[in-house]
Design a protein around this ligand. Structure first.
Ligand code: KIV
Length: 285
């Protein structure tokens, strides 16, 4: 286990003040959370992207609160000191402030999260305000917001024109005024991310595919290690091909079972000779 102290909000703001970028990754399970904790990853997002990466859906829309809580609690067990963020799934916050606060509270009480994240701009500012007023740290998410993928016309760059970029600047301001302690900008142009970061006063700005000018970076873990078979977004860097390593290991397993080279004596358990003889006698053999 790491000796690291618990990562807190003051720690995150201190890093931003010192100009040291904050590391943030998605994670959905205990063993990966354990590795991320050992590696020193500071923030973990239990994203509703688990609908695609772990559950095999084509979008994040079918993910439920119960799915999220189950995965977030496992991540917390694996990463006791990381700053764990629970991602609010589709329709767990959109209908009303009351529903949003209730579900945000589940992440804190049932999964031990440190904060929640939700998607949307000015229209969702009241939800952020209600959640923050309930004492729960909240993160906004702008740009490519996967829960609105249909309305946005697919998984594509957002805020490319001046008019659309200005709307994202306004949305960021609205979320900051509503009390979001951080805002994630997903797939917006780097110079738009820079403007929003420079204007942010009490909010940390994170980039996912939005360039280097932010207080921190987020990546999807499965994209980093070749673990999502359907596609690899341009913004993701592959840091190692674990998918290939695992696939080769699986093929070898099948081959060794067929050729009877697995299991070998070191993979099974023997019985004392005397006990074995006794057993045969008892069985009349
Ligand atoms: O669910 C998720 O992992 C996310 C990222 C795409 C930012 O929200």
């Amino acid at each position: 286990m790491t000796e690291r102290k618990k990562i807190t909000l003051p720690y995150l703001f201190q890093k931003a003040q010192e100009g040291e970028p904050i590391s943030w990754l998605t994670c959905y399970d205990y063993p990966t959370a354990y590795l991320q904790e050992q590696a020193g990853v500071e923030m973990i997002l239990v994203g509703d992207s688990l609908g695609m990466t772990m559950l095999g859906y084509d979008t994040t829309l079918p993910v439920t609160m119960d799915d999220m809580i189950r995965h977030a609690a496992a991540v917390r067990r694996g990463a006791p000191t990381a700053f764990v963020v629970g991602d609010m799934p589709y329709m767990s916050y959109q209908p009303s402030d009351e529903i949003a606060v209730k579900n945000a509270g589940r992440f804190m009480a049932e999964a031990g999260c440190d904060a929640i994240k939700l998607e949307g701009g000015q229209a969702m500012a009241p939800r952020i305000r209600a959640i923050v007023d309930a004492g729960i740290p909240a993160i906004g998410h702008l740009g490519l917001t996967p829960q609105s993928v249909s309305a946005l016309g697919g998984f594509r760059l957002q805020g490319k024109s001046a008019v659309l970029a200005k709307k994202i600047v306004d949305d960021a301001k609205a979320l900051e005024e509503a009390g979001a302690f951080a805002i994630l900008l997903e797939m917006v142009p780097d110079r738009l991310c820079k403007i929003i970061t420079e204007r942010a006063k009490n909010t940390l700005i994170f980039s996912l595919g939005s360039g280097p000018h932010a207080h921190g970076q987020l990546l999807i873990y499965h994209d980093m290690f070749g673990l999502y078979p359907k596609f690899k977004p341009k913004m993701a860097k592959v840091f190692g091909n674990a998918g290939e390593v695992i696939l080769n290991g699986l093929k070898q397993y099948v081959s060794e079972v067929k050729s009877q080279t697995f299991p070998a004596p070191e993979n099974w358990f023997g019985m004392p000779e005397q006990e074995y003889e006794e057993l045969l006698k008892m069985l009349g053999e």
